[in-house]
Design a protein around this ligand. Sequence first.
Ligand code: NDP
Length: 263
Amino acid sequence: MKIFSIFGDPVSHSRSPLMHNSVFSVLNIDACYSRSQLTDGSKLRDVFFAKGLSGANVTVPHKEAAYQQCDEVRGIAKIIQAVNTLVLENGKLIGYNTDADGFMNAIQSFGPIRNALVLGAGGTARALSIALRRGEITPTILNRSAQRLDYFTSEGFDAYVWDDFTAAPYDLIINTTSAGLSDNELPIPRALLTELLSRAKGAIDVIYGKETPFLQEIKISGLPYKDGSDMLLAQGVLASYLFLNGAFSLENIEAPMKHSFSL
Ligand code: NDP
């Protein structure tokens, strides 16, 4: 039996085990997918091999650490420098990033978007910013602290901390921070958020499975919005396709994975 897992801290909220196990079950694959709470991201590679895994997903806050520990990184993950999917191939750890394409699938429903404000500067913000630029949507990055902004400025993006930032009109406001995941915080000060929402066409929180304070504010504003469920599904389908070495089509994987959301 092949074993897969998700690494994160926190990880108890993750729907990934249910999603991937549904695919294994419906497609009759001898595999199972578990959760691995990991506090020290630098141990990720050792734990992956100690558990005898065939593949894994990586979530907050270890995507950058995962990137560092791969034998080879493929595709858009090389530019993003953050990995959310690990596959064992001939004894080597291969890293991918499926968040980027998953996110672009999820925002199709908002219609044409010219520019976006990305709240946060972690691994997810990197993935989304690179993907947005590829999709000809200009991202601006806003984070509470300066430390992680270097990557974005080196990529040529406008990137600010709260104190340097002056609100301008953005079509889409995107929360990629973990504010609201296991606390009740907004990703930016409320007055600034209210102003940004008043000039936006839509907003999306990549957190899923709970109504975050950010989502509550969007609801009040009356804007079109979505949480992270569509992105979660799309990145999961792409990760499963990699876990199964392309033996099943994306459509075959999507149906049971989508069904798991109703369980
Ligand atoms: P990281 O740990 O890499 O980055 C977290 C970011 O959030 C940092 O910019 C950090 O700012 C900011 N932040 C954390 N707490 C607060 C707060 N209270 N107020 C303001 N900013 C805050 O996380 P990831 O990028 O890996 O993941 C971020 C979120 O995206 C998680 O909630 C994760 O679950 C979700 N996610 C959802 C996916 C989906 O499929 N729906 C896919 C991928 C991620 P600072 O730099 O100042 O510390």
